[in-house]
Design a protein around this ligand. Structure first.
Ligand code: PHE
Length: 345
């Protein structure tokens, strides 16, 4: 009889030792079974009366050791399971691994080129003037001596707004010249950077949107020589101290006389290459003395004041600087293209 009871204790001990709860719910079952208020050990304590008197002491000891074994096992399993659940939460995370590097942004080649131009003229005292991209006809054309029936309007194919054909997407930032001249009195020394639009067929060399920097200087006694010197300084700062410029006669409705300015080719040192089409010269900008009609249109007395103006596209200069062969790349914002300019400042 006693033997049976001892065997029962052994079985329970075996059960306790081999218990393998895999989650906290199973662990709780274990606790209830062996340590709860109605645990399976309790009835065994009641069996003491059935044990032979000389073995009662021994039975009591084994029974107590069963209880201790259950407590020890519970403590051990609790620790193991909490470590396991911590591990599950952070699984796949190596907390000692170095952090991911943040991707550096890149300056867009247009912004970089535009900022360089602005800073060169800034050092000569030209202040940046900005204005709207949707302009009215007067500021874009009429004030700039290009009235409605003027054939020079054909030089700039224009996007007119459908709901108000008097409004258009500015075709040049000369509109900012008109706005500045009507709003402030000379001396005026500004550059107007910004986006402009023309109804051109999009190709590798032309786009319907591009950027310009235009300049305007109006004061008493401003001469063509002042313009030439200003533009020569610009060319040397932008394209290297050995750069030369040449002015070719040209036509713009808002300047008289007008010129196109070429810079000696900085790619081949004027020896001749595909960029300068083997001429040694690259066309950079249009310029001229502000036509007296433009001054009059803007309420500036042409008998007192004279001035010069110039305008250049940014895209072509950016393309030459960074050897980009398709203007469309500048507007697609493809990250694979843009991230190549991370070192550009
Ligand atoms: N506005 C002219 C253009 O867009 C450029 C220019 C500006 C020419 C000022 C002369 C003087 O083509």
């Amino acid at each position: 009889m006693s033997e049976d009871l001892f065997a029962k204790l052994n079985t329970v001990l075996g059960e306790i030792n081999s218990a393998q709860p895999t989650d906290t719910a199973e662990l709780e079952q274990f606790r209830i079974k062996y340590l709860g208020s109605k645990n399976t050990l309790k009835p065994l304590f009641g069996e003491i009366k059935n044990v032979a008197p000389e073995r009662k002491g021994e039975f009591g000891k084994v029974l107590n050791s069963l209880k201790q074994a259950a407590e020890a096992k519970f403590a051990e399993l609790s620790t193991a399971l909490s470590i396991k659940s911590d591990a599950a939460e952070t699984s796949g995370l190596d907390l000692t691994a170095p952090g991911l590097p943040r991707k550096l942004g890149a300056r867009h080649p247009i912004s970089a080129t535009q900022d360089k131009i602005i800073s060169i003229f800034g050092r000569m005292g030209f202040a940046v003037a900005e204005d709207r991209e949707i302009e009215d006809d007067w500021h874009n054309f009429t004030a700039m001596n290009t009235p409605e029936d003027h054939p020079a309007r054909d030089m700039q194919d224009t996007f007119y707004l459908r709901d108000n054909p008097n409004n258009l997407l500015r075709t040049h930032t000369s509109s900012v010249q008109a706005r500045t001249m009507t709003a402030t009195k000379p001396p005026i020394r500004i550059i107007a950077p910004g986006r402009v639009y023309r109804n051109e067929t999009i190709s590798a060399r032309a786009h319907c949107q591009f950027h310009q920097v235009e300049g305007l200087y109006i004061d008493k006694n401003v001469s063509f020589a002042d313009m030439k010197q200003t533009l020569l300084f610009f060319a040397k700062e932008m394209y290297g101290p050995d750069s030369k410029i040449r002015l070719r006669p040209s036509y713009f409705p808002f300047t008289e006389p007008s010129a196109e300015m070429d810079v000696s080719c900085f790619i081949c040192d004027a020896k001749g290459c595909s960029v300068c089409k083997h001429t040694g010269w690259v066309e950079i900008l249009g310029c001229g003395m502000v036509d007296p009609e433009v001054l009059k249109n803007c309420d500036i007395d042409p008998e007192v004041y004279t001035g010069f103006a110039f305008g250049m596209g940014i895209e072509r200069q950016a393309m030459m600087r960074y050897k980009i062969n398709d203007i469309r790349l500048l507007f697609e914002n493809d990250v694979r293209f843009l991230q190549q300019f991370q070192s550009v400042h």
